[in-house]
Design a protein around this ligand. Structure first.
Ligand code: NAD
Length: 477
């Protein structure tokens, strides 16, 4: 069993002062694979104090120098990619091939986008010819508590840490207690890159402990949070007493609008995207809205495809999907599948119970429901498992109305070969992102949501702005 009880504070690995032990469970076999320490108040205070002390000089360090550290960190991250893939696969169950390409790859992608954005960003910009002596200075917010989930660990950590570092912020990262190993490996890489002590700090812990301490701490200027809408609400309240800036990246219940004129691969793409990472993605297209003319065909295609999606251990090579992260999630997904059946949705693939031959581990059957209505629990709640709900619609207006009828607003998807309809839909959908016809987001495109999916934007220049204050200076010479 891996023992990793230390925290990274003020440029060194230190023993916890007030921590308690926590076991990390391998979701493939339900056995403990690591023990970490959960920080208490004294450890949290030490990490915040280190970040506070380091801020004065880091914010004044020239941007080019800060970017230089980040470039070095990206090189180390790439060189140690295999170690990172193994850590992610072990702790949260991503199949190793997928961990290498997508999980680790996402970190590299965001680092590159943020480095590019830093070079193009107008750090001191003129107001305009009408006010020649005015300048707008973009400078760091201050000490940031960064709190991340387990589902795409390096995706989220890189988006926050790299943007924060380039912006001139100092930080305390608290990764999910489900995925601390990848975050601690990342901290080793930061150490190897030689960042000044105190700029980046890492403590472990859960939401009730270190999470709450970090988001209410009087010496923290900003909270950057990715996780559930439930925790986002608690964090906003906790941060309100000290009026911190709070940037939230929360849950989603994405609609995938398949119009009758969609291309022939649209349904297949939608199913595979929904099942990717075992359905544990905030932007998963979990509600497939299909126009009536092509509905029966789409249901059949989706059911066939889901039945062919293979499920297996995270450590095995191949293109299968892995287990879900833990027992709580496993049980929640089972309950929601049962609720789908009880509320009258038509089960066309998968169902409750484990897939054949997988009696241990948090494995879930790839599941598809047809004839779902938008008021059913499976259409309203974020399931965070390999479960797709198919909902029919008649007209464009009805499809868009159903897509928007959700408390969430993260990503929606549109499949049509009619460009005018595609553009109308893009404008009508109330979500931070709209992806059309399988076209993925470009490098540096902002990631974030509307409504209860949050208020922040991560990635590219918008990701830098999340960590920057706007200072108006007049009389500049
Ligand atoms: P979670 O909200 O339970 O936990 C996320 C993180 O917050 C963990 O580090 C946890 O320890 C911490 N936390 C929990 N309660 C807290 C509290 N009261 N105060 C401070 N910290 C607290 O979410 P999860 O199960 O780890 O992750 C899955 C969720 O994350 C899903 O809802 C998913 O949609 C969302 N997510 C959103 C995005 C996005 O960019 N919008 C990306 C990935 C995941």
């Amino acid at each position: 069993m891996i023992e990793k009880r230390q925290f990274y504070i003020d440029g060194a690995w230190v023993d916890p002062v007030s921590g308690t032990d926590h076991q990390v469970i391998n979701p493939t076999n339900e056995e403990p694979c690591a023990v970490i320490s959960m920080a208490g108040q004294t450890d949290t205070d030490a990490a915040v104090a280190a970040a506070k002390t380091a801020f004065a000089s880091w914010m004044q360090t020239p941007v080019t120098e800060r970017v230089g550290y980040v470039e070095k960190l990206r090189d180390i991250y790439e060189a140690r990619g295999e170690e990172m893939a193994q850590a992610i696969s072990l702790e949260m169950g991503a199949p190793i091939d997928m961990a290498r390409s997508q999980q680790v790859g996402a970190g590299t992608w965001h680092m590159s986008a943020l480095i590019k954005a830093a070079g193009e960003f107008d750090w001191i910009e003129p107001l305009g010819d009408h006010a020649p002596n005015d300048r707008i200075i973009h400078e760091a917010v201050g000490v940031v508590s960064m709190i991340t989930p387990w589902n795409w660990p390096m995706n989220q950590i890189s988006l926050k840490v790299i943007a924060g570092l380039i912006a001139g912020c100092t930080m305390v990262l608290k990764p999910s207690e489900e995925s601390p190993l990848s975050a601690m490996l990342f901290a080793e890489m930061v150490d190897e890159a030689g960042l000044p002590p105190g700029v980046f700090n890492l403590i472990n812990g859960d939401g009730a402990g270190a999470g709450t301490a970090l988001t209410g701490h009087p010496d923290v200027d900003m909270v950057s949070f990715t996780g559930s809408s439930r925790a986002g609400k608690l964090i906003s309240k906790n941060a309100a007493d000290t009026l911190k800036r709070v940037s939230l990246e929360l849950g989603g219940k994405g609609a995938n609008l398949i119009f009758a004129d969609a291309d022939e691969k649209a349904v297949k793409r939608g199913v595979l995207h929904c099942m990717n990472n075992t359905g544990q993605s905030c932007n998963a297209p979990t509600r497939m809205l299909v126009q009536r003319d092509v509905y029966d065909e789409a249901v059949e295609t989706a059911a066939d495809l889901a039945a062919k999606v293979t499920v297996g251990p995270a450590s095995e090579e191949g293109r299968h999907i892995g287990p879900v992260v833990n027992e709580v999630q496993f049980n929640k997904i089972q309950d929601l599948i049962q609720k789908g059946i009880d509320e009258g949705a038509r089960l066309v693939a998968g169902g409750t119970g484990r897939p054949d031959g997988l009696n241990r581990g948090f494995f879930v059957k790839p599941t598809v429901f047809a004839d779902v209505t938008n008021d059913m629990t499976i259409a309203r709640e974020e399931i965070f498992g390999p479960v797709l709900s198919i909902i029919p619609f008649e007209t464009e207006e009805e499809g868009l109305q159903l897509a928007n009828d959700t408390p969430y607003g993260l990503t929606n998807y549109v499949q049509t070969t009619d460009p005018a309809r595609a553009n109308r839909a893009a404008r009508a959908l109330r979500s931070g992102m709209v992806e059309m016809n399988g076209q993925g987001r470009g490098l540096g495109s902002p990631f974030g949501g509307m409504k209860q999916s949050g208020n922040g934007r991560e990635g590219g220049k918008w990701g830098l702005e999340d960590f920057l204050e706007v200072k108006a200076v007049s009389g500049w010479t």
